[in-house]
Design a protein around this ligand. Structure first.
Ligand code: AHM
Ligand code: MG
Length: 409
């Protein structure tokens, strides 16, 4: 089959300015300049090359492997990213299988691990297993300098000590990337068969952090970067289907796992969130503890008295990846705001808030704390929490305006 819809869309991207170049970030990297309105990303795209699939197999479609291979071929500067995503692709398939089998009586992944993570939560066996799985898969690519995970107390240095302990590692000369992840977000839901997900963010590694093979102190702080520095973000959703949703700063690509062939297949090449919505996705039991602008805006939406006039319905799984996935596809406003008890809410900035905000903005949505663009916040510590509201542009903007009006009173 010649020229699929996908080819057309990518061609449209090229026509829109994503043309071949020798820029440092080849695959349509976007930079965000700070603006007067912090919640409106200003995008100045560098010229890039996007793949065009003029021949697509009717039976298989475009696999994630092929997608990344073409990206790497067209953009040698980010070829190493393809290796990294090869490991992430395999890990997501493996985690999908683990989650599915976890409720079998014979499964070894049932029940608590008996350990407590840095945030004082019981770590389930699956948390531990999936963390280990991702960590090892990424480490063996040889493209990774440092990683940070919800399940690790501190960032893990894969260049220095961690490397020496792993004598069978393939050591590359350059360790280009820093990966942050939550290996199994919403894992407490697994026993009830509720969707869970893996969230991943990729930053560039500061090349100056290794001098003459010695790891400098600044290596581990490489993790503490603002979302605006993200090179790539992705999530895997383990649900009725297994989804892999990716951005390389050039829109959002959604792949679905075809279990018959064990490959993620491109299902939607240009995911765009509806600009206005009528779906609320919050733990509304906390509403009396939220800030006034947050509370009032949600009350208005529930009553159909907001800017759009839409009367909102509630949809809340309590599993961020599932809630954000539905929000991206159908439109809506998802959030975990701060409250009087937890001023920064519950979600973690580095490996939950920032990567999901990157995807949301790339799909045309917004992500805010109410007063700040989440992507522009630099974490002070790895496990820092952030109040967050993301989703359909016009609705999230209404909330931002409510905060601005409240602060000018
Ligand atoms: P976890 O990282 O411990 O799995 O918790 C994160 C999850 C998110 O997926 C979800 O949005 C939120 O916690 C739900 O919290 P609550 O149960 O308070 O509504
Ligand atoms: Mg989590």
């Amino acid at each position: 089959m010649k020229l699929s819809v996908f080819a057309f869309l990518l061609t449209a991207n090229v026509a829109a300015g994503f043309t071949p170049s020798s820029s440092s970030h080849a695959f349509t990297t976007q930079t965000f300049a700070s603006t007067a309105d912090a919640d409106t990303p200003t995008m100045s795209r560098t010229q890039t090359t996007a793949p065009v699939f003029d021949e697509v197999c009717d039976t298989v479609g475009v696999t994630l492997t092929r997608f990344m291979a073409e990206v790497a071929m067209l953009n040698p500067e980010i070829a190493e990213l393809a290796t990294l995503f090869g490991a992430i692709d395999t890990s997501c398939k493996a985690i999908s299988g683990l989650v599915k089998r976890s409720q079998l009586p014979s499964s070894e992944t049932l029940g608590y691990q008996g350990e407590v993570n840095i945030q004082g939560e019981d770590q389930k066996k699956l948390d531990v297993i999936t963390n280990d799985l991702l960590k090892r898969a990424l480490r063996f690519t040889g493209r990774l300098g440092v990683l940070a995970s919800e399940e690790e107390d501190e960032p893990v240095d894969l260049v220095g000590k961690g490397r020496q302990e792993q004598t069978d590692l393939i050591v590359e000369e350059t360790d280009k990337y820093v990966v942050v992840f939550d290996p199994l977000d919403g894992s407490s839901n697994v026993d009830a068969g509720i969707p869970t997900g893996t969230i991943i963010g990729v930053y560039e590694h500061d090349e100056n952090c290794v001098v003459d093979g010695e790891v400098q102190d600044n290596c581990l702080t490489n993790c503490l970067q603002a979302g605006t520095n993200l090179v790539a973000s992705a999530y895997c959703l383990y649900s009725s289907s297994t989804f892999f949703v990716l951005t390389l700063g050039n829109g959002v690509y959604m792949f679905t796992l075809d279990e018959n062939i064990g490959e993620f297949i491109l299902a939607k090449p240009d995911v765009k969130i509806p600009e206005t919505s009528s779906i609320l996705s919050f733990n509304e039991a906390n509403i009396d503890k939220w800030d006034e602008p947050m509370k009032e805006t949600v009350y208005k939406w529930r009553e159909g008295k907001g800017k759009s006039g839409n009367r909102f319905s509630s949809r809340y799984i309590g599993s961020m990846v599932g809630d954000v996935h539905r929000t991206l596809l159908y439109g809506g406003v998802f959030g975990y705001p701060g409250d009087t008890k937890n001023v920064n809410g519950k979600l973690r900035l580095l490996y939950e808030g920032a990567p999901m905000s990157f995807l949301m903005e790339q799909a045309g949505g917004l992500s805010t704390t109410g007063t700040e663009r989440v992507m522009e916040i630099t974490p002070d510590v790895v496990h820092q929490r952030v109040p967050i509201v993301m989703g359909s542009k016009n609705d999230v903007q209404e909330l931002i305006d409510a905060y601005a009006a409240a602060s000018s009173k």
